[in-house]
Write a protein that binds this ligand. Structure first.
Ligand code: NAD
Length: 479
């Protein structure tokens, strides 16, 4: 699949740049596609198209916009396999996971957005005020590569649903699914300019969008380092920003937990998507007297995750996304070992010699919670296992992080787990393996960012309010 075009105002047209970015399959190291290395002039065109389309799109009744999104959902369902294959080729997710989660999650999210849309479109009454919800305007969506379709869709669909128009800049590492999404939106007949796609690097296209005076909101998902830069660029125009950033989430096993279930779920979460998930439970906190046996079980479970060709349905672990990611991991792990962390097994974290950017999964036994390896996001199939003495220590350890994205707690006593969860400084906590709910808000605290996605909360993110105060003699005209 080759395209050197950007999608602007309902048409594929050449980028102002002749340079291209190669999409590389991280399992085979082969080039699987080309996209433009976009330039700020492309951004100017796309923002102008989005601005021009805004008045008509935002004036449509919500029900009309929902019709387009239902058509999108039908089309995505019909072409789900093509999306899964593109995602596997561009970022190495095992195909079974790509079919079930990489494409399943956005379909569920789209359903939840549609369910929430009617309520999110109605004005509220508060005494003598009518509070209207308006679309924020032109949205720049900057997205990462790790769940490419999901990250694009939760932004694009929510923004379109409430009447915004969009310029999407997908990750330069995963452009194939973005091209498919743009084609799909074109095929359902979305009016020109309502959705635009400019491929390119963060430093050029992403930065141009973040600092563009014609953009009303930047919705960013990615690393904390890039999020910081995006917020700084947006500040120049006082542009609204939402940031969905990294994490180092804790899975806490209280002393009365169902240990076999908790350890299995914690390991599966850490290794999901080959360890490249923002909400990965990459720290496991275990009572001191269960520490050794838990580490043994973690290693045993990890060995059962088959690593290899992501196109093989039996594969559970694919490669890391790039050679740079693999090499960065090696550096961090070498430093961690020098600082006193040690592998429970011999091979954890090692690069595998075959073609592709594969690394072995591993459990790192760490007793010092201050080590950088416990605090930084590795984005790899590596679990830091730490012992704790008391429940208070466990909570302090769980919260001893620059991040605040997700977490998990396990206990036989759900009330106890719930009290513990309420003490955790994160946007999400799962009790005893409870799963993501696409109608609940998804967002971080601390350096995991601010703003929410999913369901009605995700719609509200792209809305601004207008409070109209009625005079006392206006009667009650209704909302
Ligand atoms: P990244 O920060 O490198 O890139 C994300 C996007 O921002 C890309 O499109 C990139 O081109 C662009 N970008 C990079 N620098 C930019 C700049 N200076 N200005 C404007 N745009 C810029 O992140 P990534 O490697 O693609 O994704 C992995 C990261 O994303 C991890 O930290 C992960 O935790 C995080 N993530 C968070 C969530 C969440 O919802 N909280 C979800 C998925 C991934």
């Amino acid at each position: 699949m080759d395209t050197q075009l950007i999608y602007v105002n309902g048409q594929w047209r050449p980028s102002g740049s002749r340079a291209v970015i190669e999409a590389v399959n991280p399992a085979t190291e082969e080039v699987v596609g080309l996209v433009p290395d976009g330039v700020p002039a492309d951004v100017d065109e796309a923002v102008a198209a989005a601005r021009a389309a805004l008045p008509r799109w935002s004036a449509l009744p919500a029900g009309e916009r929902a019709r387009y999104l239902r058509a999108l959902r039908r089309e995505l369902l019909a072409t789900r396999d093509a999306f899964a294959e593109a995602i596997t080729a561009e970022m190495g997710a095992p195909i079974e996971f790509a079919r079930r989660v990489q494409t399943g999650l956005p379909l569920r999210a789209l359903g939840a957005l549609l369910d929430a849309l009617p309520a999110a479109s109605e004005p509220d009454r508060h005494g003598h005020s009518v509070v209207y919800r308006d679309p924020v305007g032109v949205v720049a969506a900057l997205t990462p590569w790790n769940y490419p379709l999901n990250q694009m869709l939760v932004k694009v669909a929510a923004a379109l649903a409430v009447g915004c128009t969009v310029v999407l800049k997908p990750s330069e590492l995963a452009p194939l699914s973005a091209v498919l999404l743009a084609r799909t939106l074109h095929d359902i007949g979305l009016p020109p300019g309502v959705f635009n796609l400019v491929a390119g690097r963060g430093s050029a296209v992403g930065a141009a969008l973040a600092g563009h005076p014609g953009v009303d909101m930047v919705s960013f998902t990615g690393s904390t380092a890039a999020g910081r830069q995006v917020a700084a660029l947006a500040a120049a125009n006082v542009t609204r920003v939402s940031l969905e950033l990294g994490g180092k989430s804790a899975c806490v096993l209280l002393d009365d937990a169902d240990f076999p279930a908790a350890v299995a779920d914690g390991v599966a979460s850490c290794l999901m998507n080959s360890g490249q998930t923002c909400t990965a439970l990459s720290r496991m906190l275990v009572p001191e007297n269960r520490y050794d046996q838990t580490l043994d079980r973690v290693v045993e479970l990890m060995a059962g995750h088959r690593i290899g060709d992501p196109r093989d349905p039996a594969t559970r672990l694919g490669p890391l996304v790039t050679a740079a990611a693999r090499d960065r991991l090696a550096d961090r792990l070498a430093r961690a070992r020098a600082q006193g962390a040690h592998w429970r097994d011999g091979a954890g974290g090692q690069a595998l010699p075959e073609r592709g950017y594969f690394v072995a999964p591993g459990a790192l036994a760490v007793r010092d919670p201050a080590l950088p390896v416990v605090r930084e996001e590795l984005f790899a199939p590596v679990l830091c296992v730490l012992p704790y003495a008391t429940e208070e220590d466990a909570l302090a350890l769980a919260n001893d992080s620059p991040y605040g994205l997700a977490g998990a707690v396990w206990s036989a006593d759900v009330a106890r787990a719930r009290a513990f969860a309420r003490g955790m400084c994160t946007g999400r906590v799962d009790i005893n393996g409870a799963k993501l709910n696409p109608a609940a808000p998804f967002g971080g605290r601390r350096q995991s960012g601010y703003g929410y996605e999913l369901g009605g909360y995700g719609l509200a993110e792209f809305q601004v309010y207008q409070a109209v105060q009625l005079p006392s003699d206006a009667g009650d005209p209704g909302a």
